[in-house]
Design a protein around this ligand. Structure first.
Ligand SMILES: *Cc1c(COP(=O)(O)O)cnc(C)c1O
Ligand code: SF4
Length: 438
């Protein structure tokens, strides 16, 4: 039999299917088909044993929010130390999920309330969230959309997706569409190509973004075929969801490279999770590994108030401490923005340590990352010239349009319809000089 990546992966593959080859392991459909969906299979594959009462509670937990782990993601679990393992904790249910606090909510971000048509959340003026599928290859235990992700009965058909697309087409303010889910990249190539083509044909949609956990949990989904489709629809941005440096493996690096090489700008959204990544050391390692793989850390999220996530939440102070350890201490582009997504649909709110210590009418007092306290003198006699200029429509369009690189010269200038020069006059023309002296 062929050698699969390492012995651990080979053992798992053989237990799933004695005839499995490396070509199966690296086939995303094989991975999906053999995803681990019950506790018994999990125990068998990893040689871990739960007692009867634990099993009973785990069953109740997965009845509420399904279990699904790709063999690939499962193979990353450190079986010797699984209870502290960040992969295990993100993938395997905890009975704490059954505890629902008074302050927790099914839909804390009011995504379903701010929804003009099913699947669309229109919260901000110029962009929408479009949930195209409730299915994921691995169900993250900390998922903010636990209320509906994993429920296959919610899978939209083409008619329902068309309603979302129609809303975007009829709403000219939408210049940025964020495809999310579930995982948009779990659809077939054909279906994804259809959605992207429809969106690309809408003139006011400037940018399309895809939020996906595929590079983390099922990197083999990033096939040549998928990349060929994505790159047809530029400008297309992809945000992925790495939470821990252990998730950055050879296979995930390969997937990221393919996407990057196709000209897709990559970002990453991390959720701050207790016992998984709530340490400045871990987050710093993560952001460094991300930028080495051409992924720009985008957001660090405070864990939402969704039901059953209490054991994952950290105090906000932990997030501020982590930001304090990053800003100034490492490359600016390796620092994500720390955000709290406000309950009730208020949207993302950026939280950062305070660097502005004090302020008067002509001076600000600042501190830097080392604790140096310094001042910045405000300019004298500043005038805001654009306030008036931009209120004039003609001026505004001249200022905001991209500059034209093409400028006619010489006789061409006289012939051009877009230039109103009437004559070209050589320098030192005596006749003209006489005129000027009159
Ligand atoms: C996060 C989010 C967006 C995108 O927000 P950005 O800050 O532009 O990344 C858009 N709509 C909804 C509902 C969101 O939750
Ligand atoms: S990939 Fe995203 S949508 Fe899917 S379970 Fe994880 S966090 Fe939720």
């Amino acid at each position: 039999m062929d050698i699969i990546y390492d012995q651990g992966q080979q053992n798992i593959a053989e237990k799933i299917s004695p005839t499995a080859k490396i070509s199966n392991w690296r086939d995303w459909k094989w991975q999906l088909k053999h995803s681990i969906r019950d506790i018994g299979m999990f125990e068998k594959l990893l040689g871990i044993q739960f007692n009867a009462s634990q099993k009973q509670q785990l069953q109740e937990t997965i009845a509420k929010f399904p279990l699904s782990i790709t063999p690939y993601y499962l193979s990353l679990i450190d079986t010797e130390n699984y209870e502290n393992d960040p992969i295990y904790k993100q993938a395997f249910p905890s009975i704490s999920e059954l505890q629902v606090g008074d302050f927790e909510m099914r839909d804390p971000l009011d995504e379903d309330k701010d929804s003009p048509v099913p699947g669309i959340t229109h919260r901000y003026p110029d962009r929408v969230l479009f949930q195209v599928s409730p299915i994921c290859s691995m169900y993250c235990r900390h998922c903010t959309r636990k209320r509906k992700v994993g429920d296959e009965s919610l899978l939209p058909n083409r008619e329902q997706l068309s309603r979302g697309i129609r809303y975007i087409r009829n709403t000219t303010a939408v210049r940025d569409v964020l495809l999310s889910g579930g995982d948009p990249l779990l659809q077939s190539d054909e279906s994804l190509d259809w959605i992207l083509t429809e969106l690309r044909n809408i003139p006011h949609v400037e940018v399309i973004r895809i939020g996906t956990r595929i590079p983390v949990v099922l990197p083999y989904r990033v096939t040549e075929g998928l990349v060929a489709i994505l790159k047809k629809h530029h400008p297309l941005w992809v945000n992925t969801h790495f939470n821990h440096p252990r998730e950055i493996t050879e296979s995930s690096k390969e997937a990221l490279s393919k996407l990057s090489d196709a000209g897709i700008p990559l970002g990453n959204q991390t959720v701050l999770l207790a016992g998984i990544n709530d340490s400045p050391v871990i987050i710093k390692k993560l952001v460094h590994k991300l930028v080495q793989n051409r992924v720009r850390p985008y957001y660090l999220y405070q864990c939402d108030l969704s039901e059953g996530l209490n054991h994952f939440r950290t105090p906000v102070g932990k997030g501020v401490e982590i930001m304090e350890s990053l800003i100034g201490h490492t490359s600016g582009f390796a620092v994500p923005s720390y955000v709290i997504d406000a309950p009730g649909g208020g949207g993302k709110i950026r939280i950062a340590p305070n660097y502005l210590v004090s302020w008067s009418h002509d001076k600000v007092v600042l501190r830097n990352f080392e604790g140096v306290i310094t001042t910045y003198e405000e300019p004298k006699g500043y005038e805001d010239s654009f306030r008036n200029l931009l209120s004039d429509e003609l001026q505004a369009s001249r200022i905001l349009e991209g500059a034209s690189e093409y400028k006619a010269i010489g006789i061409e200038k006289l012939l051009s319809d877009t230039d109103d020069t009437v004559s070209l006059i050589p320098e030192n023309t005596e006749r003209i000089e006489r005129r000027e002296h009159v």
